[in-house]
Design a protein around this ligand. Structure first.
Ligand code: NAD
Length: 248
């Protein structure tokens, strides 16, 4: 049996990149996975491929996150693991030129979404008697701050703080809350920032002690560990998978 045998898992942003690889790995490890994304075509296609369920949800809208949790419970009877993975780069460039509505829209997708995920998954896990693992995607940009797109860094730093706060609050229900902070991972998201993948990887590896960018499978592996019972005493933690960049 797999490392996640019979665990019920909801993954947001599961249609692409890290979320898609995580869905594949978790299914292979025996989990019952529900995929969610704003991209309905790609999400449904991967769900069919994995013989898993799909629900459309925009993570910046609280009701839609709540509905995705409810759908998962209707379908599989419970929720053991929530993965707040959906994301985008959002507004980039100078703070002085950033429009407040763009700032807020980006925070909605990258930060409000994690609050909604923690809140509604946490309520469900408490209701079903406790236990469970809530995971969120932070970033190297959130660990070191001040790099690249400013709102993105701010949101990803806040995800680390929210993870610690939620872990502290939810421990009384046996619920663990952790984050994974990747450095550069080659996915479609990278194209939104750098346009040129080759250049992005070169740029990221210049300051990298380990000299290369990670692939989505490696982030999925960290999430798998944190979702599994092997990590039953790990909470409030952010696993940094950045080729050593933040320590360089
Ligand atoms: P990706 O673009 O390949 O996938 C992101 C998915 O999220 C897409 O399927 C997209 O449709 C979905 N999405 C976007 N906005 C949404 C919304 N409002 N509601 C629901 N779904 C939405 O990106 P990825 O690289 O796999 O990124 C996954 C997560 O990892 C993100 O949170 C990202 O910030 C984080 N991350 C990525 C990197 C990297 O280098 N790729 C590094 C650090 C952190």
């Amino acid at each position: 049996s797999g490392r996640l045998q019979d665990k019920v898992v909801l993954i947001t942003g599961a249609a692409s990149g890290i979320g898609a690889q995580t869905a594949r790995l978790f299914v292979a490890e025996g989990a019952a996975v529900v995929l969610s994304d704003i991209n309905i075509d790609a999400g449904q296609q991967l769900a069919r491929e994995l013989d898993a369920a799909f629900i459309a949800a925009d993570v910046s809208v609280e009701e839609q996150v709540e509905r995705a949790v409810a759908y998962t419970v209707e379908r599989h009877g419970r929720l053991d693991c929530m993965i707040n993975n959906a994301g985008m780069i959002g507004v980039v460039g100078s703070i002085l030129d950033t429009r407040t509505e763009d700032w807020n829209r980006t925070l909605g997708v990258l930060l409000d979404s994690v609050f909604f995920g923690v809140k509604h998954a946490g309520r469900q896990m408490r209701k079903q008697g406790g236990g469970g693992s809530i995971l969120s995607l932070s970033s190297l940009a959130g660990v070191v701050g001040g790099v690249g797109p400013q709102v993105y860094s701010v949101a990803k730093a806040a995800v680390i703080a929210l993870t610690r706060g939620a872990a502290s609050e939810l421990a009384q229900y046996g619920i663990r809350v952790n984050a994974v902070a990747p450095g550069l991972v080659v996915t479609p998201l990278v194209d939104q920032v750098y346009g040129d993948r080759e250049k992005a990887v070169q740029g990221a590896t210049v300051n990298s002690p380990l000299g290369s960018a990670a692939v989505p499978e490696e982030i999925a592996a960290s999430l798998c560990y944190l979702a599994s019972d092997e990590a039953r005493h790990v909470s409030a933690h952010t696993v940094v998978v950045d080729s050593g960049v933040s320590a360089a």
